[in-house]
Design a protein around this ligand. Structure first.
Ligand SMILES: Nc1ncnc2c1ncn2[C@@H]1O[C@H](COP(=O)(O)OP(=O)(O)OP(=O)(O)O)[C@@H](O)[C@H]1O
Ligand SMILES: [Mg+2]
Length: 259
């Protein structure tokens, strides 16, 4: 369990020799053991923000910290699951999942590796190479690789986006179970309002690029949350309205600038 803080962060990229503002300014405090979901339109800077929290990207302005220590690079205590599985093609599923232990020169806990493979439902494919897996199975292997090191923070970038609806719901339940048991701090990006409402303790809605925080919703209902529940449906409508509203405001701003 770790506390993450983003203080007034901004990120600019160079695109065709122009400075392009991708993110911020943005402030966010994430308490230890919180489960945060981030929603926002494509290109608003969600992955950029997650990469900054992971230490894979340095903000142009502002700073990020974990337990008051500046984040200056990647750390295995902050595991990342990317939008694509990013498995090493020459290693088997089992070897990919065990890789972190090998890199750190630690003994591979074979039982734990096997339990994690079972948890994500790809048992029977331990010796398979990534190219022989379906997209959803490869993504589940990537999730197992992140979980197996028992990280303090899980940074997940649309991890279930490529999964079929049933597997996706099963993975959501599995993730809630992991979070309930270990109270790992989770930052989870999704495009799916229902997914955010099923999972999160807090939902952060971002504005279109450069992504700022449009609004934060507290989700206090107990898990497991029924998607047909009146409170669930009410919040879903509020979040959809917020997304549409912040989209409209940003377009009016763009058009105003062009006029
Ligand atoms: N390495 C980079 N170099 C230049 N521009 C970048 C780079 N990474 C991201 N960008 C730009 O920054 C903006 C935000 O990108 P980002 O990937 O964070 O968006 P996103 O919200 O994750 O989108 P999506 O929902 O489609 O995944 C985009 O306009 C993108 O083109
Ligand atoms: Mg992204």
């Amino acid at each position: 369990m770790r506390r993450l803080s983003a203080n007034n962060i901004e990120k600019y990229f160079l695109q065709e020799q122009q400075r392009m503002s991708a993110l911020g300014p943005l402030d966010l405090e994430i308490s230890p053991g919180e489960f945060i979901c981030i929603l926002g339109e494509s290109g608003c800077g969600k992955s950029t923000f997650l990469r900054i929290l992971a230490g894979l990207e340095i903000p142009t302005a502002g700073n990020v910290s974990m337990d008051d220590r500046p984040i200056t690079g990647p750390d295995y205590r902050r595991a990342v699951v990317f939008q694509n599985p990013a498995l090493l093609p020459w290693l088997t599923v089992q070897e990919n999942i065990s890789l972190g232990f090998k890199i750190r020169g630690e003994r591979v806990p074979k039982d734990l590796v096997q339990q994690t493979i079972q948890l994500v439902g790809i048992d029977g494919f331990e010796k398979a190479k990534p190219k022989t897996l379906s997209g959803g199975m490869a993504q589940r292997a990537a999730i197992a690789r992140a979980l197996v090191s028992n990280p303090d923070v899980l940074l997940m970038d649309e991890p279930f986006g490529a999964l079929d609806a049933l597997t996706r719901m099963r993975m959501q339940e599995a993730l809630i179970d992991i979070w309930n048991r270990h109270r790992v701090t989770i930052v989870f990006i999704t495009h799916d309002i229902d997914e955010a409402l099923v999972l999160a303790s807090r939902i952060v809605v971002m504005t279109p690029r450069p992504g700022k925080i449009a609004r934060v919703f507290d989700v206090s209902q107990k898990r497991s949350r029924a998607r047909s529940d009146a409170e669930f449906l009410k919040m879903r409508a509020c979040i959809a309205d917020e997304l549409v509203q912040s989209f409209k405001e940003s377009r009016e701003f763009e058009w105003g600038r062009m006029a």
